[in-house]
Structures are given as structure tokens and as C-alpha cells.
Design a binder for this molecule. Sequence first.
Ligand code: ZN
Ligand code: ZN
Length: 227
Amino acid sequence: MLHSFLEHASVFVFPLVFGLNLHWASSRLYELELLWLMALAIPLGVVGGDLVSGIVHWAADTYGSEDMPVIGPSLVKPFRLHHVYPRDICTHGLVETIGNVCILAVPVLALCLYLLWLIPESGLLAFSVVSFTMVTAATVATNQFHKWAHQEHPSSLARWLQRKRLVLEPEHHKRHHTQPFNVNYCITNGWLNPLLNKLQFFRRLEATLGFFGIQKAKAKDTRVRDH
Ligand SMILES: [Zn+2]
Ligand SMILES: [Zn+2]
């Protein structure tokens, strides 16, 4: 019950703290005659959100197990179930889709507001807050964009955004759901996937973690894919 309350409350509060941060930080940049930095901060934040989606998704696909405390049921299990029942995500309502991420995003954005209040003259802070606010917005929107990519008949707005590649494009995402299941982890808009695939970014990360003794989850764990 508490979780459900938190989900609903944070879905309601998120747009408020998002808007306040953006308004306050952009006004500060305007006062400092640095408003042009918004043109850099916004795309940077969106790309940052795509990277966060890729790293979280890859980690949940590759490490840990469904019975770990907290992140097991909230993160690992949903991603692994998604590979078995990809269309299940389409049955989720808005709060179920974005609620958990909003619970994390709201306190972080509240902290950004506090920092803006604490350090009123910093252009660097204002720039960072705009970028970071966009990271959180992209991260909150990720599951919704992912859901659209699996819908048989997404809305015309969703289709338009997909065609413009502003959000995750279904054919692009399908590669993640195809053997060997270990590419295209980014699911906000997937902009970073070609680069990360080319760099073998996640394979290198797995090798590095393996060097430090952190092993991938084995296929014996239910629904884990053995890469
Ligand atoms: Zn996956
Ligand atoms: Zn998917």
C-alpha cells in the first residue's frame, strides 16, 4: 500500500519539481547571459538518460538474481520477465510504467532545487541542473518509450516520435530481443546503441568486472540468458 501511495504521489509531484528546476536553472542562465548553454545541456541530458537506461538494463539482464532484496523484485525480475513476455509491458498503466522511476527521481530533483537555492550565482550549477533534470526526465520516460516500442498499435504521436527517432524505434529495439540478446541495451531513444555496440562497451565492462571477481548470473537462474 505504501509503495502504491509513493508511486502515485511521485508521478504527481515529478512534473512539478521537473518544471521548477528547469525554470529556475534557465532563468539563472538567462541572468548570467548564458542561456545559449540550454542548447547544449538539453541534448546532453537526453543522451545521459539513454546511457542510464542502457546501463541499468544491462546490469539487470546480466547480474544478480530475482530474489535479491529490493532490486530483485523491482528491477531484475521485471527485465527478465520482459524477455519471456515482451508484450506484458503493454498492459501496464501509466503509474505502473513510470512510478518506480519517479520515486527515485523526485528526491534527486528536490536536492537540485536545494542546491540552486544554496548556490545562487553559479552558472556551472545551473547548466548541470538543466542537464541532470533532462537525464531524470528521459529516465522517467524510458519505460513509456519502451512500452510504445512493443505496442502493436501505438498512438500516432508515438509513431511520429518513433519515425523521427526521438524515442525508441521498434525495429531497432527488436535486435535486443533477438539472438544473441546482448546488443541495443539503451531503451530511451537508443541513440547510443550503435556507438556502444561498436565499442563492445558492455562486453568490455563485463570483462573488467570479471577481472575483479564479479561474475555474470548463470543461465541456471530462471530467465537469465546465457550470452
Ligand atoms: Zn534486456
Ligand atoms: Zn523490450
